[in-house]
Design a protein around this ligand. Structure first.
Ligand code: PRX
Length: 653
């Protein structure tokens, strides 16, 4: 890893606390654990295909597969070829057929306190109706359907309805702006969009349909907009294009046979940020994805029949796709789904929910853990969390201080913590403890899941047995992304070129220690991880420079004790504007409108010029040093040293 990459990667935190403490699995947990035989690692490594095949066999197949893996044309893997199945049938029909129609799939809680028990039977009925409704609009196998929804059960129904008929869903996180929704619908050629009138956030309905209405009007491919009534706000409807969800599915036939899908048929696409301004459409397939997520969900979360499982992510991110919707449903779990903010109406909302439903497994992100820590122990202590038996973390490196707090305060010192490393591209958890087997070290995601092989390579591609470098995955796995939607060359270029077509370049820097434990440091590319949300520096820069008062902008990630990383924008004003508080506020609003509130820079500095090399390339490395108040690294290639002095003066003022 170059020095520049290392500096970029150390945008992560852990200035907070290091600990040498290790945590072996509690004996009573280990005794009952789903994975209790350490031999599974060796067996899976010796014959990964047999290992994954054994998980695929637990699924319900319409036609069995002939071959487990075809890796003859890397990096384009084909898993379980010849097999046919349907994801919604695996998530719903097989449980209902086995007599679990009344089993609760989700304890749903609205932010306003509304509570619903969503059963597998109800989900199946609604899914079939919604599937027929989509079909009645001319949507079928291979068509793309956008989903822009709050955290309501209908979001899961919408996803499942797509899978029922073989349509490919393209979910956009509800916090994204209208412009982002439009971009994602346009590049995927979405034929329909399912949305809601509004979402409740901190007690107020925030419009969704009305917010995107004007923007989606110009989309050629978009024929239908289906609107779920969440908040009774009665948004404007365009005749012929817009449909009310309730009316549409109320009129639809309640029986819809599941479409037999080829194992390798696309299941969904999910756009995520990369090194360029253009988001990447990560494409997942049917059988491999379902195999990877059900296996990891069962073993990493040690899922049992009587568990109440809560993944407190949003459906709009891959964590929501894999571990709120598909894996828990396919595994027949009972989950909690919560719509709103963790601190509304009070800072104990999460713990109140956990107590009410007797949550046994909680899976969340370090940013949320740090926020709860900041709000104070008393909010946690007020509630009986004695049913909790396992805690999970995902999305960003967890600093040991937050880890220890989570362990002691939330888990009462008795719950193992699974720090799970993975990505939108990997589909399923890749590096993680198995809670009955792995001794954990706070801050380390520990070791690869059985069947997964991870390595650290130096920039020349040599393996580093102990130390830091580029994290790679060196064996295909069933839930791996198959391509970027309609951009196979970009898929190869981005992930499979640097170290060859059989070595997946993760884009993270990591360190491996003497026990073979992996410690994720952060990204090595131009991706910033804010609260576990991936944003590309280029995306934010293009949003900034599209403002008439901006001549140039450079964006970097800086360490932030709340959000892990935060966005710092260096801006050169244009058009006679002065870099003042008013422009700063204006630019923050502008970025929110272009991308979404989550992309607003936390800090900004204005300068007449930015530090550049003589060839005119912005020296981000120096910007990082300046932002962190560090001694500047090598400045020999800097064109104009005055620029740097000016910025330093400004930031120290
Ligand atoms: O940098 C890693 C970080 O999040 C990136 C993936 O982001 P995304 O595709 O949005 O998926 C997030 C949820 C799976 C990774 O490249 N990351 C994810 N989990 C961890 C992590 N960093 C450290 N520790 C983790 N447990």
């Amino acid at each position: 890893m170059s020095e520049e990459q290392a500096t970029a990667a150390s945008g992560g935190i852990d200035v907070l606390l290091h600990t040498e403490r290790t945590f072996p699995p509690p004996p009573e947990f280990a005794a009952r654990a789903n994975a209790s035989d350490p031999g599974i690692y060796e067996r899976a490594a010796a014959d990964p295909e047999a290992w994954w095949g054994s998980w695929a066999e637990k699924l319900d197949w319409i036609e069995p597969f002939d071959e487990i893996l075809d890796w003859s044309n890397p990096p384009f893997a084909r898993w379980f070829t010849g097999g046919r199945l349907n994801v919604s049938a695996n998530c719903l029909d097989r449980h209902v057929a086995a007599g679990a129609g009344d089993r609760v799939a989700y304890f749903w809680e609205g932010e306003d306190g509304t509570r619903k028990e969503i059963t597998y039977g109800w989900l199946l009925e609604r899914t079939q109706r919604a599937a027929n409704a989509l079909r009645s609009l001319g949507i079928g196998k291979g068509d793309v359907v956008g989903i822009f929804m709050p955290m309501v059960p209908e979001a899961a129904v919408a996803m499942l309805a797509c899978t029922r008929i073989g349509a490919i869903h393209n979910v956009v996180f509800g916090g994204f702006s209208a412009a982002s929704v439009v971009e994602r619908m346009e590049v995927s050629g979405a034929k329909a969009l399912i949305t809601a009138d509004a979402t409740l956030r901190r007690g107020k309905p925030t419009p969704m349909k009305a917010a995107i209405d004007a923007a989606i009007g110009g989309l050629d491919s978009l024929e239908h907009v289906i609107v779920v009534d969440r908040a009774g706000t009665d948004p404007p409807m365009t005749a012929g294009r817009d449909h009310r969800w309730e009316e549409l599915i109320g009129a639809a036939d309640p029986v819809c046979e599941p479409e037999p899908m080829d194992a390798e048929d696309p299941l969904y696409i999910l756009y995520t940020s990369g090194s360029t301004a253009k988001p990447k459409g990560i494409q997942h397939t049917t059988a491999g994805y379902l195999t990877g997520i059900t296996a990891t969900h069962k073993l990493v979360f040690d899922l049992k029949d009587d568990d109440v499982y809560w993944c407190a992510a949003d459906i709009g991110w891959v964590t929501g796709h894999s571990y709120i919707v598909y894996a828990p449903l396919a595994n027949g779990a009972t989950s909690v789904m919560y719509e709103g903010a963790p601190n509304y109406p009070a800072e104990d909302r999460w713990w109140e929910i956990a107590e009410r439903y007797g949550v046994t497994i909680l899976y969340t992100a370090p940013t949320a853990i740090r926020a709860c820590m900041k709000w104070g122990d008393e909010h946690v202590d007020k509630h009986d969390l004695s049913k909790l038996r396992l805690l999970g973390s995902v999305g960003e490196p967890i600093n040991p201080r937050a880890w220890l707090w989570y362990h002691e305060r939330v888990g009462g010192g008795r719950c193992p913590i699974v720090d799970t490393w993975w990505q939108t591209e990997t589909g399923a958890i890749m590096i993680t403890p198995l809670p009955g087997l792995t001794t954990t070290k706070p801050g380390s995601a520990t070791i690869p899941f059985p069947g997964i092989e991870a390595k650290i390579l130096d920039d020349e591609g040599n393996e580093i047995a102990e130390g830091g470098g580029n994290l790679v995955l060196t064996r295909p796995w069933p839930a791996m992304a198959r391509t970027l939607y309609k951009e196979p060359e970009r898929f190869v270029e981005t992930y499979w070129k640097r170290f060859g077509p059989e070595t997946y370049q993760v884009g993270d820097a990591a360190r491996v220690d003497e026990d073979g434990y992996f410690w994720i440091v952060g990204r090595t590319d131009d991706v910033i991880n804010v609260s576990g949300h991936r944003l590309s520096t280029m995306e934010v820069e293009s949003a900034l420079v599209s403002h008439p008062n901006v001549a140039e902008a450079a964006v970097i990630g800086v360490a932030d004790e709340d959000t892990g990383q935060a966005i710092f924008a260096f801006v050169t004003p244009a058009g006679g504007a002065s870099g003042d508080g008013a422009l700063e506020a204006d630019l923050r609003d502008h970025v929110a409108a272009k991308i979404g509130k989550l992309a607003r820079p936390k800090r900004m500095a204005f300068a007449d010029d930015l530090p550049k090399t003589r060839s005119g390339k912005i020296m981000r490395r120096l910007l990082r040093d300046i932002a962190a108040g560090r001694e500047l690294g090598d400045v020999s290639t800097l064109r104009d040293p005055e620029v740097v002095k000016d910025l330093k003066r400004q930031l120290s003022a």
